[in-house]
Write a protein that binds this ligand. Structure first.
Ligand code: SAM
Ligand code: DTB
Ligand code: SF4
Length: 332
């Protein structure tokens, strides 16, 4: 079988260490075999609750303890969120992801409001996604019942590098949330960030953990650190496109059917650089001129890029492409 969950660290390392063009060619070949190349999922982010977060994630402009100039904002109203979702839909997005600067979801009135948001965004035909921190099994079930399609909860880095980045919650906490999301039947979105001072082993380690979960995440965001002034990582040098391509290619090869999202950091990349990432198997982007708090290319610029590269937005609620060999199995 092509989809494997029994990868060893060394096997992934051997892939990651290949000469770059060889690696990219292999990733592009696997991408072509398993997915509709040229189709890119367009996803819009909205920060529904901004800043003032109690956590200490070293990369994050929303952590209350750093002075980054991000203005804290309480949970938005459902109507405002719905208006933004409609706007995103008009612009061609098929997935709408709502982010909250919380350590975890709590069972309170804010959660009831989030459930309302999920219901109404689902009703306009968008794939609804949330990223709101840790989640219990019960909360995941409630979100699923409200119509949640996907939940984003990143591993961010490898288990070994993790405590250099975050100390206020553990790697196991993250894995537990991912498990709760999976058990509730919600699509799992989990990836990480490169450019936080980690070495190659840490990058490979993160891919290893994701690729050996009982089921691969349906989507894996690969973020390049956006070094924000005031955070502990403000001085980090931005990653090169070759590092992004190496990361994306390896993710594509070990998780062939997963959506690989070229996430934060696109504003600093040229169209030619992004083209290499799509060639290497990236098939999803965040669109719209803002990520959560930092800028992102405009819809107009992205549509021009799509035109130039011959890419087209992927339809909502599309299941991974089946291969002929798998169809006979499922038809039984
Ligand atoms: N508070 C929730 C949580 O931490 O899960 C949800 C929002 S949090 C901002 C979502 C993800 O955004 C983080 O896990 C991290 O991977 C990514 N992120 C945050 N700040 C970033 C930055 N400066 N550069 C790149 N990615 C970033
Ligand atoms: C993900 O992996 N990247 C997105 C989304 N999931 C939530 C967030 C990127 C945030 C970049 C910094 C900011 O805009 O605040
Ligand atoms: Fe808070 Fe999430 Fe930012 Fe960490 S990444 S500080 S949990 S908003």
């Amino acid at each position: 079988m092509d989809i494997r969950n029994d990868w060893s660290f060394e096997e992934i390392q051997a892939i990651y260490d290949k000469p770059l063009l060889e690696l990219m060619y292999e990733a592009a070949t696997i991408h072509r075999k398993h997915n509709q190349t040229g189709e890119v999922q367009v996803c819009t982010l909205l920060s529904v609750k901004t800043g003032g977060c109690p956590e200490d994630c070293a990369y994050c402009p929303q952590a209350a303890r750093y002075h980054t100039g991000v203005k804290a904002h309480k949970l938005m109203d459902v109507d405002e969120v719905l208006a933004k979702a409609n706007e995103a839909k008009q612009n061609g997005s098929t997935r709408f992801c709502m982010g909250a600067a919380w350590r975890e979801v709590r069972d309170n009135r804010d959660f009831d409001k989030v459930l309302e948001m999920v219901k109404s965004v689902n009703q306009i035909g968008l794939e609804v996604c949330c990223t709101m921190g840790m989640l219990s099994g019960d909360q995941a079930k409630k979100l699923k019942e409200a119509g949640l399609y996907a939940y984003n909860h990143n591993l961010d880095t490898s288990e070994e590098h993790y405590d250099k980045i975050i100390t206020t919650r553990t790697y196991q906490d993250r894995l537990n949330t991912i498990g709760n999301v999976r058990n509730a039947g919600i699509s799992v979105c989990s990836g990480g960030i490169i450019g936080m001072g980690e070495n190659d082993e840490a990058r490979i380690g993160m891919i290893y953990t994701l690729a050996t979960l009982p089921q691969h995440p349906e989507s894996v965001p690969v973020n390049a650190l956006v070094a924000v002034e005031g955070t502990p990582l403000e001085e980090m040098k931005r990653v090169s496109v070759f590092e992004m391509v190496r990361m994306i290619s390896t993710v594509r090869i070990v998780m062939p059917k997963t959506m690989v999202r070229l996430s934060a950091g696109r504003l600093d990349m040229t169209t030619a650089e992004q083209a290499l990432c799509f060639m290497a198997g990236a098939n999803s982007i965040f669109a719209g001129d803002k990520l959560l708090t930092t800028p992102n290319p405009s819809f107009t610029d992205d549509m021009e890029m799509f035109r130039l590269l011959g890419l087209k937005p992927r339809a909502a609620f599309k299941e991974p492409q089946m291969e002929a060999s798998e169809m006979s199995v499922t038809a039984e």
